[in-house]
Ligand binder design. Structure first.
Ligand SMILES: Nc1nc2c(ncn2[C@@H]2O[C@H](COP(=O)(O)OP(=O)(O)O)[C@@H](O)[C@H]2O)c(=O)[nH]1
Ligand SMILES: [Mg+2]
Length: 295
């Protein structure tokens, strides 16, 4: 039996959350085409016949402009020191630039084996992939280089086998049926935030948060989960955008979120959504703690 921790690190949008979801077979981490979607470390456990792997998804490494973002980057970097294998995830469909250089350099002093995961190969033609693999090989820093597609699943089994090979012998770290360490209300807020990210643009995704004000478990035969949420935005001018004309936008976010919440919690959901302005909330210690974005 083998067991251990693996953390996925990389720039925003590399596909770390998509990969975590595929590996654990459950949508624990929300995904969007906007950078900086993941704000905290998210843990997911996967059991294999001969191994238990604890995967950690992390916020993307970026230049932090707010206290929140400093925390986000810290949370990612912290995991590097605590795991048995580091998976550095790179978007292979983009030409490598300064951002890639920065994360590769971050791996210099890592004690654990570092695997380079070249993601999104479904978007890359082979002739472009091979020189890329070559160049990364010359870094001499990576124990393994694994091209794969988190979206289609191509070659993900090779990543799994290679990880298990490198893990130490050991008993399970969590019970068999254990999936994650985040509470249900965290996932509720994240699902609402994912829809908010899907339907809004420009600075809104970066400057909004979702707070669960009340989470009322289904009771009796009515089996209705009642959720009271607030979407927090940073500026007065953002509120009408999120609310939309005649409340159209918040309704659209609410409907999409409710459908996914009902799937996730396997129950009917009543969702009450409000929009509130709280300027500089990304610097607000108390709110960051409430959102689980802590020191
Ligand atoms: N085509 C393609 N898109 C992907 C793949 N993995 C992730 N994506 C997309 O890339 C974007 C960022 O993914 P996400 O998992 O949120 O990246 P993260 O910021 O690293 O967690 C989303 O639009 C995903 O659907 C992949 O293997 N192939
Ligand atoms: Mg993510």
């Amino acid at each position: 039996m083998k067991s251990g921790y693996v953390s996925f690190i990389g720039r925003p949008n590399a596909g770390k959350s998509t990969l975590l979801n595929r590996l654990v077979g459950s949508k624990l981490a929300i995904v969007s085409d906007k950078p900086q979607t993941t704000r905290t470390r998210i843990l997911g456990v996967r059991n294999y016949p001969d191994a238990q792997v604890v995967f950690l998804d992390t916020p993307g490494i970026h230049r932090p402009l707010h206290r929140m973002n400093v925390r986000m980057v810290d949370a990612a970097v912290q995991t590097i020191k605590e795991v048995d294998v580091v998976g550095l995830v790179v978007d292979a469909s983009e030409p490598p630039g300064k951002g890639e250089r920065f994360v590769v350099d971050l791996m210099k002093d890592v004690a654990a084996p570092v695997f380079l995961i070249l993601n999104k190969v479904d978007l890359v033609r082979k002739p472009r992939l091979l020189p890329m693999i070559d160049r990364y090989q010359q870094e001499g820093r990576f124990e393994e280089i694994i091209p794969l597609s988190a979206a289609t699943g191509e070659n993900v089994d090779r990543l799994e086998r290679t990880i298990i090979e490198r893990l130490p012998e050991g008993e399970r770290l969590y019970p068999d049926d254990y999936l994650t360490d985040q509470p249900e209300r965290f996932f509720a807020a994240e699902i609402v935030r994912e829809k908010l990210l899907q339907f809004t643009h420009a600075e809104i995704p970066f400057s909004s948060a979702v707070v669960i004000d009340r989470f009322e478990e289904p009771e009796g035969d009515k089996a209705l989960l009642r959720l009271y949420c607030t979407i927090v935005v940073d500026r007065e001018s953002q509120k009408p955008i999120v609310v939309g004309r005649g409340g159209e936008m918040v309704k659209k976010i609410g409907t999409a979120a409710r459908e996914e919440l009902e799937r996730f919690f396997a129950t009917r959901v009543y969702l009450d959504l409000h929009v509130r302005v709280k300027s500089e909330w990304r610097e607000d210690e108390r709110l960051l703690r409430e959102l689980g974005i802590r020191d």
